[in-house]
Design a protein around this ligand. Structure first.
Ligand code: FE
Length: 142
C-alpha cells in the first residue's frame, strides 16, 4: 500500500508513502474507500511536478515539468465522478529553494519527503462531471 490513514468520523487523515506519485495514489485511495465527494487539503514536499495551465484562447492545457525539490505549500483538491470513475481536480502551490512559488493545476507530482493530507468527505453527495466544449473543462453537471 502506498498510503496509510486514520479515520475520524467520515473524514480521513492520510499520509502518502515517500517517492509515490500523488494524483494516482490519491485516486487509488478514493477508489479503495469508495468515496464519491470530498475536499482534500495537504502539504509535504516533492522532487518533481508537472503543472498545467489552461489557455482559454485555445482551450488547451500547456504542461510544464519542474524537476527540483519543492515544498508543497498547498495542495487543494476536490473529488467527484466522471464516466463512473473517481475524478480528482488537484491544484498545487510549490515553494522553491529560493522561496518563490510556482503553482497550477496538477497533472502529477512525485513525493520526496512526505505528503500529509486531510480528506473531508462530503456525505450523501454524488457530484458528476461532463466535458464542457465552451471552456474546454470537465465541469460539474448538477
Ligand atoms: Fe484546475
Amino acid at each position: 500500500m502506498n498510503y496509510s490513514f486514520c479515520k475520524t468520523g467520515d473524514d480521513y487523515i492520510l499520509s502518502l508513502a515517500n517517492h509515490c506519485e500523488i494524483v494516482s495514489t490519491l485516486i487509488q485511495f478514493c477508489e479503495q474507500e469508495g468515496l464519491e465527494a470530498a475536499e482534500i487539503t495537504g502539504l509535504g514536499a516533492v522532487s518533481e511536478a508537472t503543472l498545467r495551465f489552461l489557455d482559454p484562447a485555445t482551450k488547451a492545457y500547456v504542461d510544464k515539468k519542474f524537476e527540483e525539490q519543492m515544498e508543497i505549500t498547498n495542495l487543494t483538491a476536490n473529488l467527484s465522478r466522471k464516466d463512473g470513475k473517481p475524478y480528482l481536480h488537484v491544484h498545487l502551490s510549490l515553494g522553491r529553494r529560493d522561496y518563490t512559488l510556482v503553482g497550477g493545476h496538477a497533472l502529477c507530482a512525485t513525493i520526496n519527503g512526505a505528503c500529509e493530507l486531510f480528506v473531508r468527505v462530503i456525505k450523501g453527495a454524488h457530484p458528476q462531471r461532463e466535458f464542457d466544449p465552451e471552456t474546454g473543462l470537465n465541469l460539474y453537471k448538477f
